[in-house]
Design a protein around this ligand. Structure first.
Ligand code: DAH
Length: 362
């Protein structure tokens, strides 16, 4: 009996010191394993007489059960401690700001501003139309009432395709007006964003730039609609209730009367900002569609009239987001993109349903 008590005491003191599952397992083997101390004692039962075997056997079994239970209890405790330690070590503090992720891309200001403008026009009921970058003389000039000898051709320094086939890089998205009217009957209300090309290079001009063209043709369309539409677009785009705007008479071969719209702005440290009484910046050309243009597309000018406008997307981006040099838009400098680019949003944009790939291809 004393042996048993001593054994239990030994097991208890070893148990207290076992601080890992491995140590605990060693302990189990040392006492309860095939050659364990308790097992060895059990083996001695055979040599005892019946009465002795009964009492001693019961005592050994009890000691065995007790040691087993203590090991199990300690095991549970150790496991719980290990889990707590892990939970502490791997804890996630959801209140921490996200790690700066240098891999995340940015939306180019031109893409951003195009989407913003399309969203505004979509809400006004405009449809999207697109045309090719490589155009022919007819769509880019002739049909727009700009014949070969016309001085207006000098206004737009054209890139000609090398093959001599007469194709050009379009100098204006106005070409898409013609493609639209060739393919669809009025009433029309379309916008066409896209790349345009002219041989020009300085702070505010690059050989490739972006325009957005608008065309509305209906039976009762007036200059009043044109002004209302453009002023509303500017207010919404610049998120200012009273954008200073003025219309000046101008000349474009494809509109009559023609106008240019200026926006009131200041220029500080090379950055343009919307401002009253500081100066004007020309922002777009517009006017009532010339009867010759309608006729060139088989639309009767006695029945239909319309308005058109065209403006630089890049210039709008410079103005809205204070970007001073247009040339930097197309240099592909990743530091510039991190500074001026936009973080993509997961939410669907307002332009869903008027995506650049979903529109009318002409
Ligand atoms: N296409 C002209 C340009 O690139 C801009 C323009 C002026 C477009 C008047 C129009 C318009 O639709 O009506 O300079």
């Amino acid at each position: 009996m004393t042996d048993l008590e001593d054994l239990k005491a030994e097991a208890l003191s070893l148990l207290a010191k076992a601080e890992s599952p491995e140590k605990l397992d060693d302990l189990r083997v040392a006492f309860l394993g095939k050659k364990g101390k308790i097992t060895e004692i059990m083996k001695t039962l055979g040599s005892m007489d019946a009465e002795q075997r009964k009492t001693f056997g019961a005592a050994v079994n009890k000691a065995k059960d007790e040691i087993q239970a203590l090991i199990a209890e300690k095991k549970e405790k150790l496991e719980a401690e290990a889990l707590n330690l892990r939970l502490k070590a791997e804890a996630i503090d959801v209140t921490l700001p996200p790690r700066p992720d240098t891999e995340q891309g940015r939306i180019h200001p031109v893409t951003q501003v195009t989407e913003e403008l399309l969203a505004i026009f979509a809400q006004m009921g405009f449809e999207l139309a697109e045309g090719p970058d490589i155009e022919d003389d007819w769509h880019c000039f002739e049909a727009l009432n700009i014949p070969k000898s016309h001085p207006a051709r000098q206004m737009q320094d054209t890139f000609y395709m090398k093959d001599g086939g007469g194709d050009i890089l379009r100098t204006q998205t106005s070409a898409v007006q013609i493609r639209t009217m060739d393919n669809k009957k009025p009433p029309l209300r379309i916008v066409c964003p896209g790349r345009t090309y002219r041989c020009d290079y300085d702070m505010t001009h690059t050989p490739m730039f972006h325009q957005i063209e608008g065309l509305v043709v209906d039976k009762t369309t007036t200059m009043g609609h044109l002004k209302g539409c453009l002023v509303d677009v500017m207010k919404t785009f610049f998120e200012v209730d009273d954008v200073p705007v003025r219309f000046r008479p101008s000349y474009f071969p494809f509109t009559e009367p023609s106008a240019e719209m200026d926006i009131g702005c200041s220029r500080e440290n090379g950055e343009f900002k919307i401002a009253k009484d500081k100066g004007w910046m020309e922002i777009l050309g517009c006017g009532m569609v010339h009867p010759n243009v309608l006729k060139n597309c088989g639309i009767d000018p006695a029945e239909y009239q319309g308005f058109a406008f065209g403006f630089g997307i890049d210039r709008m981006a410079m103005l809205k987001y204070g970007i001073p040099d247009l040339r930097t838009f197309f240099e592909g400098d990743i530091r510039w993109m991190r500074h001026y680019g936009f973080i993509p949003l997961d939410e669907p944009s307002l332009t869903t349903g008027l995506s650049l790939n979903g529109g009318l291809k002409l």
